[in-house]
Design a protein around this ligand. Structure first.
Ligand code: HEC
Length: 324
């Protein structure tokens, strides 16, 4: 019961965060840096934080002087840091930490592949949704390599993703996908030792204690797991396998490329993306009462064509960033 209510409130938050974005102008009146622009003292506080977060280094002495004299705006400073080699390294670490090896990860697996794809999308200023839809991968030298011999879907078709969380019928893989890319956290039930429940998909669907999570029409684990049914536990595509129909967030498709497209266009993914960067910069998750701030951040992200740099800049030049 407790678990069910947790799910409900999470979805309610998602729904509130995903409220339709009305209007297009990124009005200067709502610019989060606007209010601080006139106060060099508080600008300096923000500038110091920005330097530490984006470059892991302190602000240069000449930049302090310029900020103090009002000659260097936070906006310009953010651009400067976002273009720096230090930021390139810092942001790669943000991404690498998202994909740790698990007990199942084969030691031959290239565990940095998902982080490289994400980092490439950020560095090349591409549409962030490509992390789930790219038909290419990124090699160790940082070059884009097209994938033509199998369905490709950015991070989710990497060997790391397909191998590092599997479980029976790929349910653990599906559970991780939901948490990571949709922010939906279902806490799996621990079965008592010797439990004789039929754990096949049909068995769970007909067991009222299990169906709520396993075959739920919106976030059901089993219909989501079916997107990856054509892959074995080692993450290789099964020869001759035809992707069965699968569903997630009320949309159906076949195979990983469809899942990537479906997930990338949801409000859940958008709010996870905003939260991903928010968390790196604010050191915590977005809170429920920050719905208005979320809406502004998501609006600027969307208006930019889902450019992560724009989102990061929005976050580090917002008033809340300095006050945190
Ligand atoms: C509150 C939601 C929820 C309920 C209720 C639930 N499960 Fe699950 N179950 C999950 C999630 C989520 C996963 C994926 C694991 C993860 O994400 O950690 C999972 C995974 C599983 C797995 C795969 C584990 C593995 O390691 O291969 C089995 C088997 C399973 N559940 C059986 C059951 C059975 C039997 C019931 C009913 C008695 C049940 N579940 C009820 C959420 C639920």
């Amino acid at each position: 019961m407790r678990i069910q209510s947790a799910i409900t409130s999470l979805l309610a938050l998602g729904a509130c965060m995903g409220s339709p974005e009305v209007g297009t102008g990124m009005g200067s009146g709502s610019s989060p840096s606007g209010a601080t622009q006139t106060n060099p003292v508080s600008d300096l506080v923000c500038a110091r934080k920005m330097a530490l977060d984006l470059t892991h280094d302190s602000i240069a002495a000449e930049d302090i002087a310029k900020v103090e004299r009002g000659e260097l705006s936070l906006d310009k400073l953010a651009d400067q840091y976002l273009a720096s080699p230090q930021f390139e390294a810092v942001s790669f670490d943000w991404m690498r930490s998202e994909f740790p090896p698990t007990a199942l990860t084969n030691e031959m697996t290239d565990i940095e592949e998902p982080a490289r794809i994400m980092h490439h999308v950020l560095m090349q200023d591409r549409d962030w949704r490509e992390i789930l839809t790219a038909t290419y991968t990124v090699d160790a030298m940082g070059a884009e390599v097209p994938i033509a011999d199998r369905p490709a879907a950015g991070i989710i078709s990497t060997k790391y993703s397909l191998q590092s969380t599997v479980g029976s019928y790929r349910r653990n893989w599906a559970g991780r996908f939901e948490r990571q890319f949709a922010g939906i956290t279902l806490v799996a039930v621990t079965l008592p030792p010797g439990d004789m429940s039929d754990v096949s998909p049909d068995g769970l669907a007909s067991n009222p204690n299990c169906a709520g999570c396993h075959v739920h029409p919106t976030y059901g684990i089993d219909p989501l797991a079916k997107f990856a049914e054509c892959y074995d536990d080692d993450g290789a595509r099964k020869a001759g396998c035809v992707d069965p129909e699968a569903s997630f967030l009320l949309q159906t498709g076949n195979g990983l490329a469809d899942l990537g497209r479906i997930a990338a266009h949801t409000n859940e993914f958008k709010s996870q993306s905003v939260n991903f960067f928010f968390k790196r910069l604010f050191g915590r998750d977005l809170a429920k009462q920050e719905g208005a701030f979320y809406t502004e951040a998501a609006k600027s992200f969307t208006a930019s064509g889902f450019k992560a740099r724009t989102l990061i800049k929005f976050l580090v030049t917002s008033e809340g960033y300095c006050a945190r």
